[in-house]
Design a protein around this ligand. Structure first.
Ligand SMILES: Nc1ncnc2c1ncn2[C@@H]1O[C@H](COP(=O)(O)OP(=O)(O)OP(=O)(O)O)[C@@H](O)[C@H]1O
Ligand SMILES: [Mg+2]
Length: 270
């Protein structure tokens, strides 16, 4: 944590898809070495946020209408997507999107396009990926489409790691996975972070995300409505009710009445 120097900083970011305003003045920070999570329901704008950072928004008909994105003192907004990768920010897209008819090995090789590293760096990246996900070494020559959903998620993460990013953008890695596999992916995210990669994790699975993250933001209809240390958000009644599925009204009421004793969360609602 800390260091400040090479953190990812999003300031007042607004995004539209034609007339649809998907993000309104969203600000967040991923300090160097941190895991930061963005929680939010369907359509909140989580994927849009990651696309705006990775500069892939145009492929989806979206445009940034305001705000800035920077990594350290380097502005990322305005760069083409491959330059964002070269600058050290890689996205694992929603729904994995591995190349089903290509081999596992070729999928991983595709992850090095746009990266700035040479042959030695690529070999080191592949070693790291194979250590994190031994199954990707075992299945190297198989078509990616034959892998299970969980294995495809590992491949999608592995592909992004091939560019040796400073910041990994993860879009709902646990979506559609059995609980045990979701836990395994979570363990790997922790390990990747321990190795020095910062993580911006977008999730609907708040229980996993809040456990992994140092800091969390809640996105609702394109706006950040809550933010704070992950453990404080996990303890807030609003997050418990809406994102952790706490249905016990008494518990929610208790949490609500105890709110005065909890550390204050910053509210950014206009
Ligand atoms: N390609 C697109 N064209 C037009 N509108 C879009 C497009 N992609 C997303 N949107 C709209 O932008 C808003 C934010 O969508 P986004 O996909 O970012 O949400 P999300 O939080 O990732 O949702 P989910 O949890 O379902 O993945 C929604 O209103 C959505 O309908
Ligand atoms: Mg999404």
């Amino acid at each position: 944590m800390g260091g400040g120097g090479a953190g990812l900083v999003v300031r007042d970011l607004s995004v539209g898809y034609g007339p649809v305003r998907a993000l309104r003045e969203v600000s967040l920070e991923v300090p160097e070495g941190a895991v930061v999570t963005v929680l939010g329901g369907n359509g909140a704008g989580k994927t849009t946020l990651l696309r705006a950072v990775s500069r892939t928004l145009a492929f989806h008909g979206g445009t940034v209408t305001g705000g800035t994105v920077s990594l350290g003192d380097r502005r990322l907004d305005g760069l083409p997507p491959d330059r964002v990768v070269a600058a050290g920010v890689c996205q694992v897209p929603e729904g994995r999107q591995v190349f089903a008819r290509m081999t596992v090995a070729d999928n991983l090789r595709a992850g090095t396009f746009g990266s700035s590293g040479g042959r030695t760096a690529r070999a080191a990246a592949l070693r790291r990926v194979h250590e994190l996900f031994p199954v990707l070494a075992e299945r190297a020559q198989q078509h990616a489409g034959l892998l299970s959903g969980g294995e495809q998620q590992m491949l999608a993460v592995g592909r992004a790691l091939m560019a040796a990013p400073k910041v990994l953008l993860l879009d709902e890695p646990s979506l559609g996975l059995a609980p045990l596999m979701a836990e395994r992916i979570a363990d790997t995210v922790r390990e990747i972070n321990d190795q020095g990669t910062s993580v911006l994790l977008v999730e609907q699975n708040a229980a996993i995300a809040l456990r992994l993250a140092d800091r969390a933001y809640v996105l609702e209809v394109g706006e950040v409505t809550l933010s704070g240390p992950a453990d404080e958000l996990a303890a807030s009644d609003e997050v418990r009710r809406r994102y952790l599925g706490v249905v016990d009204e008494d518990a929610a009421a208790d949490a609500s009445s105890a709110r005065g004793t909890l550390p204050a969360l910053s509210r950014w609602e206009g």
